[in-house]
Design a protein around this ligand. Structure first.
Ligand code: GLC
Length: 590
């Protein structure tokens, strides 16, 4: 009898599991995944908003609070007591969600990601969940309902987003530096709180298209992640979830590892490297501050120029990614005039050149300082995005170029030789920022070619370039040189190093050439010389270890003439996938 009950129970459980909500990121076929994320890949350009009571302080949102429990000393400027009470003064009477979203629409943005709760724990919607116990120093909900402003901000944003035909994303910080139960013991009280909050955000505000999380701390058994995902997908089975909902949690079991990667990568405040195999989105601060902040309103933020912003957008798109551009409204809800002007400036360019942006894929030429290219799948068309007004020389493509013209039909002289394609812009075709040349081919530009561009002088070596040859490298036991590449780097414990002797101080752009079949690997470059700061970045997925890609890892500055070891290491060992390395170059910057 007992056995029967057990059998019956396990049958019931089986039935339940089969009927349970499918978590796409765990079970989906590649095809289903591609179609679920298609709108996002086609959309290219979105609006990020960081805003809240913290904006009153003019210091970095959450990070500006003193005596935080996480995140180190950086940015801590506002006494905790003062920071926590800013909500009492938060009355953004100038906030106009409709105007904001109409501005976004006019700039050619297709979606929005709005910060609903940052690490400081304040909710910008009328949450029903208690943040503090009764009788604590702060209101129980610690939400917009406790501020003088008497409207649910998320409700306003959701309504305006829908009105303007944009997709809606919520940023939600799992990290909570003020919730008394956060990461206490098994974290269950906090899990209930935050999962319920996420559920509210997905229930009470019409259809939500993206959940944009922002990293976690703690161990896997302090979270109830499968429960969270089931709840989310029960609300919308097409929901997109970025790669920060589980990232940072220790000891994620193998079967849940795909949740760490989420639906797309999110390079932060830097342009992502060309990556065709997996969707990505660079989130970019529009008005960065000298101390590397500016997500929320900072009086010391310097707004990027229109030229820079358009080139960043074009670089993201030609790199096969998206750009999520961050605006930081003022405490009263109005926009910084400089930020508003950028959005207004982008609009006309997008209106004219949108066909080279929306619904395209990055390639067939890899982008770089010269600009880049986009193509339309199944159509015989490629768009060159040119940053400079000079003749451009590109590696050949297998298709024949039949025609070159601007979007509005001005003919552009071109030549297709046996090994190259060259294009020269006539004066009347030059745009002030990014000039688009539309190439009509005799067949679709299928797939990425991973062919480097020979744009401008890029093919010539910049004088003073330091090249680290693979056969001069010191390799740990697992690695070997195979032809012109270092191969076999599947174990994150392995690493590569070179000796470098500098005869003068110098600043360099670091260029790495690698291949990698799967997402997840983060490469770290560091130095034995203490004076130089290391770099790290994700290894672009090239689909196959035989396909190599060259990309910028960042910049390095050596203040002294000195001798140092240059070391390549694996970051995030648990997520490491085999990487082959073909080259490392330091290119001098004047
Ligand atoms: C970082 C910061 C956070 C910001 C986010 C945007 O995680 O902690 O302040 O919201 O980046 O990507």
């Amino acid at each position: 009898m007992r056995y029967l009950v057990v059998m019956l129970l396990s049958c019931l459980m089986l039935v339940k599991t089969d009927d349970a909500v499918v978590v796409p990121q765990l079970k989906e076929t590649e095809q289903a995944e591609t179609s679920r994320i298609k709108w996002f890949r086609d959309a290219k350009f979105g609006l990020f908003i960081h805003w809240g009571p913290a904006s009153i302080s003019g210091q970095e949102i959450s990070w500006g609070m003193q005596d935080r429990i996480e995140g180190g000393a950086k940015h801590q400027k506002v006494p905790r007591e003062r920071y926590m009470n800013l909500y009492k003064e938060f009355n953004p009477t100038e906030f106009d969600a409709d105007g904001l979203l109409s501005l976004a629409k006019g700039a050619g943005m297709e979606y929005i990601v709005f910060v609903t709760k940052h690490h400081d724990g304040f909710s910008l919607w009328e949450t029903k969940q208690n943040h503090f116990p009764a009788g604590a120093d702060y209101p129980q909900k610690y939400s917009i309902a406790d501020a003088p402003y008497d409207k649910d901000i998320c409700k306003e944003v959701a309504a305006a987003t829908k009105k303007h035909g944009l997709k809606l994303g919520w940023y939600y910080s799992t990290r909570d530096w003020t919730h008394p139960e956060y990461l206490k013991g098994d974290n269950q009280a906090y899990n209930d709180y935050y999962e319920n909050q996420v559920e509210e955000l997905l229930t009470d505000y019409g259809p939500v298209d993206i959940m944009w999380f922002d990293h976690c701390f703690g161990d896997w058994d302090q979270y109830t992640i499968p429960r969270l995902y089931e709840k989310m997908y029960a609300k919308n089975s097409n929901l997109l979830v970025n790669n920060r909902a589980v990232r940072g949690i220790k000891d994620v079991p193998k079967e849940y590892e795909s949740l760490v990667f989420g639906d797309y990568d999110t390079p932060e405040n830097r342009m992502g490297a060309y990556q065709h195999g997996r969707p990505w989105e660079s989130c970019m601060i529009l008005s960065p501050t000298p101390d590397h902040g500016g997500w929320s309103y900072r009086p010391d933020g310097v707004t990027r120029s229109l030229d820079e912003t358009l080139k960043l957008l074009s670089s993201c798109v030609t790199g096969d990614g998206n750009m999520l551009l961050n605006l930081a409204p003022l405490p009263d809800g109005s926009l910084k005039p400089e930020e508003k002007a950028i959005l207004e400036g982008i609009g006309p360019w997008m209106k004219k050149n949108g066909e080279a942006i929306y619904g395209t894929r990055g390639g067939p030429w890899i982008n770089g300082d010269w600009g880049g290219s986009t193509y339309k799948e199944k159509e015989n068309v490629v768009y060159l995005h040119l940053f400079e007004n000079k003749e451009i020389l590109l590696n050949r493509i297998p298709q024949t170029v039949l025609k070159a013209e601007t979007i509005d039909g001005i003919a552009v002289p071109f030549e297709q030789g046996e090994r190259t394609v060259s294009v020269s812009l006539p004066k009347e075709a030059v745009d002030d920022h990014v000039s688009i040349v539309k190439l009509t081919l005799d067949a679709p530009a299928a797939g990425p070619l991973f062919a480097p561009a020979l744009a401008g002088n890029a093919a010539n070596v910049v004088p003073g370039t330091l090249e680290f040859a693979v056969d001069k490298a010191t390799l740990t036991a697992g690695l070997k040189v195979d032809g012109d590449a270092i191969t076999g780097w599947a174990n994150p414990k392995d690493g590569i190093s070179w000796d470098l002797g500098l005869d003068s101080p110098g600043k360099y752009k670091v260029q790495l050439t690698t291949s990698c079949a799967k997402p997840g690997s983060i490469v770290v470059l560091n130095f034995s010389a203490k004076s130089a700061k290391g770099l790290h970045g994700p290894v672009p997925v090239t689909g196959d270890l035989k396909n190599f890609q060259t990309y910028n890892l960042g910049e390095v500055y050596f203040p002294n003439a000195e001798t140092t070891k240059v070391r390549l290491r694996a970051g995030h060992p648990h997520a490491w996938k085999q990487v082959d390395v073909k080259g490392l170059k330091f290119i001098p910057i004047n």
